[in-house]
Design a protein around this ligand. Structure first.
Ligand code: C2E
Ligand code: MG
Ligand code: MG
Ligand code: MG
Length: 281
Protein backbone atom coordinates (compact mmCIF):
# COMPACT_ATOMS: atom_id res chain seq x y z
CA UNK A 1 0.00 0.00 0.00
CA UNK A 2 0.89 3.66 0.17
CA UNK A 3 2.62 3.32 3.52
CA UNK A 4 4.83 0.46 2.39
CA UNK A 5 5.60 2.42 -0.78
CA UNK A 6 6.54 5.42 1.35
CA UNK A 7 8.79 3.36 3.57
CA UNK A 8 10.48 1.75 0.60
CA UNK A 9 11.01 5.20 -0.91
CA UNK A 10 12.55 6.36 2.35
CA UNK A 11 14.83 3.33 2.64
CA UNK A 12 16.15 3.39 -0.89
CA UNK A 13 15.92 7.02 -1.87
CA UNK A 14 17.14 9.01 1.13
CA UNK A 15 20.42 7.14 1.75
CA UNK A 16 21.46 7.68 -1.88
CA UNK A 17 20.50 11.37 -1.67
CA UNK A 18 22.64 11.54 1.40
CA UNK A 19 25.59 9.96 -0.40
CA UNK A 20 25.37 12.38 -3.31
CA UNK A 21 24.92 15.33 -0.93
CA UNK A 22 28.08 14.18 0.87
CA UNK A 23 29.94 13.85 -2.41
CA UNK A 24 28.90 17.38 -3.39
CA UNK A 25 29.97 18.75 -0.02
CA UNK A 26 33.33 17.00 -0.37
CA UNK A 27 33.72 18.46 -3.87
CA UNK A 28 32.84 21.92 -2.59
CA UNK A 29 35.55 21.66 0.06
CA UNK A 30 38.05 20.38 -2.53
CA UNK A 31 37.14 23.26 -4.87
CA UNK A 32 37.73 25.82 -2.09
CA UNK A 33 41.06 24.16 -1.35
CA UNK A 34 42.02 24.28 -5.03
CA UNK A 35 41.15 28.02 -5.14
CA UNK A 36 43.73 28.59 -2.40
CA UNK A 37 46.36 26.09 -3.59
CA UNK A 38 46.44 26.94 -7.29
CA UNK A 39 44.75 23.70 -8.34
CA UNK A 40 43.20 25.18 -11.49
CA UNK A 41 44.71 25.83 -14.86
CA UNK A 42 43.51 27.08 -18.19
CA UNK A 43 43.88 25.34 -21.50
CA UNK A 44 43.24 27.15 -24.76
CA UNK A 45 41.57 25.83 -27.90
CA UNK A 46 42.05 27.69 -31.19
CA UNK A 47 39.24 29.04 -33.35
CA UNK A 48 40.17 29.00 -37.02
CA UNK A 49 38.87 31.27 -39.77
CA UNK A 50 37.43 28.95 -42.44
CA UNK A 51 38.38 31.17 -45.36
CA UNK A 52 41.92 32.12 -44.37
CA UNK A 53 42.78 29.07 -42.21
CA UNK A 54 44.31 31.52 -39.77
CA UNK A 55 43.90 31.15 -35.99
CA UNK A 56 41.46 33.97 -35.18
CA UNK A 57 41.05 33.31 -31.48
CA UNK A 58 41.35 30.89 -28.59
CA UNK A 59 38.80 29.76 -26.03
CA UNK A 60 39.97 29.45 -22.43
CA UNK A 61 38.79 26.14 -20.92
CA UNK A 62 39.11 25.52 -17.22
CA UNK A 63 40.95 22.46 -15.91
CA UNK A 64 41.04 21.16 -12.34
CA UNK A 65 43.99 19.05 -11.32
CA UNK A 66 42.62 17.12 -8.35
CA UNK A 67 45.30 15.70 -5.97
CA UNK A 68 43.75 12.19 -5.96
CA UNK A 69 41.40 12.07 -8.93
CA UNK A 70 43.63 13.69 -11.53
CA UNK A 71 41.99 15.95 -14.13
CA UNK A 72 38.33 16.58 -13.30
CA UNK A 73 36.08 17.66 -16.18
CA UNK A 74 34.52 21.13 -16.00
CA UNK A 75 31.21 19.46 -16.88
CA UNK A 76 31.46 17.80 -13.45
CA UNK A 77 32.64 20.66 -11.25
CA UNK A 78 31.16 23.82 -12.87
CA UNK A 79 27.59 22.89 -11.76
CA UNK A 80 28.84 22.47 -8.15
CA UNK A 81 30.74 25.76 -8.36
CA UNK A 82 27.53 27.39 -9.65
CA UNK A 83 25.33 25.94 -6.88
CA UNK A 84 27.72 27.07 -4.16
CA UNK A 85 28.43 30.50 -5.61
CA UNK A 86 32.13 29.59 -5.92
CA UNK A 87 31.81 30.23 -9.66
CA UNK A 88 32.07 33.97 -9.03
CA UNK A 89 35.52 33.75 -7.46
CA UNK A 90 36.61 31.04 -9.91
CA UNK A 91 35.28 33.04 -12.85
CA UNK A 92 37.22 36.10 -11.71
CA UNK A 93 40.40 34.02 -11.64
CA UNK A 94 39.66 32.69 -15.15
CA UNK A 95 39.12 36.21 -16.50
CA UNK A 96 42.24 37.72 -14.97
CA UNK A 97 44.46 34.76 -15.90
CA UNK A 98 43.16 34.45 -19.47
CA UNK A 99 43.29 38.21 -20.15
CA UNK A 100 46.90 38.49 -19.00
CA UNK A 101 47.84 35.45 -21.12
CA UNK A 102 46.07 36.79 -24.23
CA UNK A 103 47.63 40.24 -23.89
CA UNK A 104 50.89 38.74 -25.20
CA UNK A 105 49.29 37.02 -28.22
CA UNK A 106 49.40 38.57 -31.70
CA UNK A 107 46.76 41.30 -31.81
CA UNK A 108 44.59 39.49 -34.40
CA UNK A 109 44.06 36.56 -31.99
CA UNK A 110 40.99 37.03 -29.83
CA UNK A 111 40.30 35.51 -26.43
CA UNK A 112 37.02 33.73 -25.69
CA UNK A 113 35.99 33.19 -22.06
CA UNK A 114 32.97 31.21 -20.83
CA UNK A 115 30.73 33.12 -18.44
CA UNK A 116 28.19 31.26 -16.31
CA UNK A 117 24.58 32.50 -15.99
CA UNK A 118 25.32 32.77 -12.25
CA UNK A 119 28.12 35.27 -12.96
CA UNK A 120 25.71 37.27 -15.10
CA UNK A 121 23.59 37.87 -12.02
CA UNK A 122 26.43 39.77 -10.37
CA UNK A 123 25.93 43.52 -10.77
CA UNK A 124 29.67 44.16 -10.54
CA UNK A 125 30.54 41.76 -13.39
CA UNK A 126 31.09 44.56 -15.91
CA UNK A 127 33.32 46.36 -13.40
CA UNK A 128 35.34 43.17 -12.78
CA UNK A 129 35.76 42.57 -16.50
CA UNK A 130 36.83 46.16 -17.10
CA UNK A 131 39.31 45.65 -14.23
CA UNK A 132 40.74 42.46 -15.75
CA UNK A 133 41.10 44.20 -19.13
CA UNK A 134 42.81 47.24 -17.61
CA UNK A 135 45.19 45.15 -15.48
CA UNK A 136 46.24 43.01 -18.47
CA UNK A 137 46.27 45.73 -21.12
CA UNK A 138 44.11 43.56 -23.38
CA UNK A 139 42.04 45.61 -25.82
CA UNK A 140 38.32 45.09 -24.96
CA UNK A 141 37.50 44.31 -28.61
CA UNK A 142 39.75 41.24 -28.35
CA UNK A 143 37.64 39.72 -25.56
CA UNK A 144 34.65 37.58 -26.45
CA UNK A 145 32.34 36.35 -23.68
CA UNK A 146 30.57 33.06 -24.31
CA UNK A 147 27.19 32.72 -22.68
CA UNK A 148 24.65 29.93 -22.96
CA UNK A 149 21.04 30.47 -23.85
CA UNK A 150 19.95 29.50 -20.30
CA UNK A 151 20.14 33.19 -19.44
CA UNK A 152 17.66 34.02 -22.20
CA UNK A 153 15.31 31.16 -21.41
CA UNK A 154 14.87 32.47 -17.88
CA UNK A 155 13.93 35.80 -19.41
CA UNK A 156 16.33 37.34 -16.97
CA UNK A 157 16.03 41.10 -17.48
CA UNK A 158 18.83 41.85 -15.00
CA UNK A 159 21.22 39.53 -16.84
CA UNK A 160 20.28 41.14 -20.15
CA UNK A 161 21.01 44.56 -18.65
CA UNK A 162 24.47 43.32 -17.61
CA UNK A 163 25.06 42.01 -21.15
CA UNK A 164 24.29 45.49 -22.48
CA UNK A 165 26.73 46.99 -19.95
CA UNK A 166 29.40 44.56 -21.14
CA UNK A 167 28.74 45.45 -24.75
CA UNK A 168 29.16 49.12 -23.85
CA UNK A 169 32.70 48.52 -22.55
CA UNK A 170 33.55 47.12 -25.98
CA UNK A 171 33.66 43.36 -25.46
CA UNK A 172 31.97 40.95 -27.84
CA UNK A 173 29.23 38.50 -26.85
CA UNK A 174 28.87 35.00 -28.31
CA UNK A 175 25.93 32.64 -27.84
CA UNK A 176 27.44 29.25 -26.91
CA UNK A 177 26.03 25.77 -27.64
CA UNK A 178 23.36 27.20 -29.90
CA UNK A 179 20.64 24.70 -30.72
CA UNK A 180 20.81 22.69 -27.50
CA UNK A 181 18.36 22.87 -24.63
CA UNK A 182 15.16 24.78 -25.24
CA UNK A 183 16.53 26.81 -28.04
CA UNK A 184 14.34 29.11 -30.02
CA UNK A 185 15.22 31.47 -32.80
CA UNK A 186 13.24 34.16 -30.98
CA UNK A 187 16.01 34.29 -28.33
CA UNK A 188 18.25 35.81 -30.95
CA UNK A 189 16.01 38.87 -30.96
CA UNK A 190 16.33 39.52 -27.25
CA UNK A 191 19.98 40.36 -27.40
CA UNK A 192 22.20 41.44 -30.29
CA UNK A 193 24.91 38.77 -30.23
CA UNK A 194 28.13 39.17 -32.18
CA UNK A 195 28.53 35.47 -32.78
CA UNK A 196 26.62 32.20 -32.69
CA UNK A 197 28.46 29.03 -31.73
CA UNK A 198 26.68 26.13 -33.43
CA UNK A 199 26.68 23.15 -31.10
CA UNK A 200 28.72 20.16 -32.14
CA UNK A 201 25.63 17.91 -32.28
CA UNK A 202 24.72 19.73 -35.54
CA UNK A 203 28.22 19.35 -36.89
CA UNK A 204 28.68 15.65 -36.15
CA UNK A 205 26.83 14.21 -39.16
CA UNK A 206 26.92 17.26 -41.41
CA UNK A 207 28.93 15.50 -44.09
CA UNK A 208 26.87 12.31 -44.00
CA UNK A 209 23.14 12.97 -44.00
CA UNK A 210 21.18 15.35 -46.18
CA UNK A 211 19.17 16.81 -43.27
CA UNK A 212 21.92 18.12 -40.98
CA UNK A 213 23.49 20.72 -43.30
CA UNK A 214 20.06 22.37 -43.61
CA UNK A 215 20.13 23.37 -39.95
CA UNK A 216 23.65 24.77 -40.12
CA UNK A 217 22.75 26.59 -43.34
CA UNK A 218 19.69 28.13 -41.65
CA UNK A 219 21.75 29.36 -38.69
CA UNK A 220 24.44 30.77 -40.99
CA UNK A 221 21.78 32.59 -43.03
CA UNK A 222 20.09 34.06 -39.97
CA UNK A 223 23.44 35.11 -38.53
CA UNK A 224 24.64 36.87 -41.66
CA UNK A 225 21.30 38.62 -42.08
CA UNK A 226 21.67 40.00 -38.55
CA UNK A 227 25.36 40.94 -38.65
CA UNK A 228 26.49 38.00 -36.59
CA UNK A 229 29.30 35.58 -37.36
CA UNK A 230 29.15 31.81 -36.83
CA UNK A 231 31.50 29.23 -35.41
CA UNK A 232 31.00 25.48 -35.68
CA UNK A 233 32.00 23.49 -32.60
CA UNK A 234 33.47 20.01 -32.51
CA UNK A 235 34.87 19.86 -36.04
CA UNK A 236 36.73 16.55 -36.24
CA UNK A 237 36.98 15.66 -39.94
CA UNK A 238 38.19 17.25 -43.16
CA UNK A 239 34.78 16.52 -44.75
CA UNK A 240 33.03 18.52 -42.04
CA UNK A 241 35.46 21.41 -42.53
CA UNK A 242 34.87 21.45 -46.27
CA UNK A 243 31.09 21.37 -45.83
CA UNK A 244 31.16 24.22 -43.29
CA UNK A 245 33.37 26.31 -45.55
CA UNK A 246 30.91 25.82 -48.41
CA UNK A 247 27.97 26.68 -46.17
CA UNK A 248 29.61 30.03 -45.37
CA UNK A 249 30.30 29.40 -41.70
CA UNK A 250 32.88 31.93 -40.41
CA UNK A 251 35.04 29.88 -38.07
CA UNK A 252 35.57 26.37 -36.81
CA UNK A 253 36.80 24.86 -33.60
CA UNK A 254 37.56 21.22 -32.88
CA UNK A 255 40.02 18.36 -32.67
CA UNK A 256 40.64 18.48 -36.45
CA UNK A 257 42.75 21.58 -35.97
CA UNK A 258 43.63 21.27 -32.29
CA UNK A 259 42.40 20.01 -28.92
CA UNK A 260 42.62 22.47 -26.00
CA UNK A 261 46.30 22.91 -25.10
CA UNK A 262 48.44 24.48 -22.38
CA UNK A 263 49.22 28.17 -22.98
CA UNK A 264 52.85 27.50 -23.96
CA UNK A 265 51.74 24.93 -26.58
CA UNK A 266 48.89 26.89 -28.14
CA UNK A 267 51.19 29.85 -28.86
CA UNK A 268 53.05 27.70 -31.39
CA UNK A 269 49.88 27.56 -33.52
CA UNK A 270 49.64 31.32 -34.07
CA UNK A 271 50.72 32.63 -37.43
CA UNK A 272 53.06 35.60 -37.84
CA UNK A 273 51.65 38.59 -35.95
CA UNK A 274 52.54 41.12 -38.65
CA UNK A 275 52.33 41.99 -41.42
CA UNK A 276 49.04 40.24 -41.93
CA UNK A 277 47.15 39.92 -45.20
CA UNK A 278 43.68 41.35 -44.69
CA UNK A 279 40.88 38.86 -45.27
CA UNK A 280 38.63 39.57 -48.23
CA UNK A 281 35.04 40.04 -47.06
P1 C2E B 1 31.95 24.67 -24.21
O1 C2E B 1 32.19 26.08 -23.83
O2 C2E B 1 30.89 24.39 -25.21
O3 C2E B 1 33.37 24.11 -24.67
C1 C2E B 1 33.54 23.18 -25.69
C2 C2E B 1 33.83 21.79 -25.16
O4 C2E B 1 33.96 20.89 -26.25
C3 C2E B 1 35.15 21.71 -24.38
O5 C2E B 1 34.98 20.73 -23.35
C4 C2E B 1 36.11 21.18 -25.45
O6 C2E B 1 37.25 20.53 -24.92
C5 C2E B 1 35.21 20.23 -26.21
N1 C2E B 1 35.67 20.03 -27.59
C6 C2E B 1 36.38 20.86 -28.35
N2 C2E B 1 36.60 20.36 -29.59
C7 C2E B 1 35.98 19.16 -29.62
C8 C2E B 1 35.84 18.16 -30.65
O7 C2E B 1 36.32 18.26 -31.77
N3 C2E B 1 35.12 17.05 -30.30
C9 C2E B 1 34.56 16.87 -29.06
N4 C2E B 1 33.90 15.76 -28.82
N5 C2E B 1 34.69 17.82 -28.07
C10 C2E B 1 35.38 18.95 -28.35
P2 C2E B 1 35.49 20.99 -21.87
O8 C2E B 1 36.81 21.69 -21.90
O9 C2E B 1 35.38 19.68 -21.15
O10 C2E B 1 34.42 22.00 -21.30
C11 C2E B 1 33.09 21.63 -21.11
C12 C2E B 1 32.23 22.81 -20.76
O11 C2E B 1 32.57 23.34 -19.47
C13 C2E B 1 32.37 24.00 -21.71
O12 C2E B 1 31.60 23.78 -22.87
C14 C2E B 1 31.85 25.13 -20.86
O13 C2E B 1 30.45 25.19 -20.90
C15 C2E B 1 32.29 24.71 -19.46
N6 C2E B 1 33.49 25.49 -19.08
C16 C2E B 1 34.79 25.26 -19.36
N7 C2E B 1 35.58 26.23 -18.85
C17 C2E B 1 34.75 27.11 -18.22
C18 C2E B 1 34.96 28.35 -17.50
O14 C2E B 1 36.08 28.86 -17.35
N8 C2E B 1 33.84 28.95 -16.99
C19 C2E B 1 32.57 28.43 -17.16
N9 C2E B 1 31.54 29.08 -16.63
N10 C2E B 1 32.35 27.30 -17.84
C20 C2E B 1 33.42 26.64 -18.37
MG1 MG C 1 32.36 27.85 -24.75
MG1 MG D 1 30.21 25.47 -26.71
MG1 MG E 1 29.44 22.79 -25.49
Amino acid sequence: GAKAEGRRTYRFFVPSMDASAKARLAMEQDLRQAMVNGGFELHYQPLVNLRTSEVSGCEALLRWRHPERGMVSPAEFIPVAEDTGLINELGDWVLRTACSEAASWPSHVRLAVNVSPVQLKCETLALKIAGALAASGLDPCRLELEITEAVLIRDDEAALAILHQLRSIGVRIALDDFGTGYSSLSYLKRFPFDKIKIDRCFVADIAETSGAPVIVQAVVNIASASDMTTVAEGVETEAQREMLRNLGCTEMQGYLFSAPKAASEVRKLFGPSSPRVAAVA
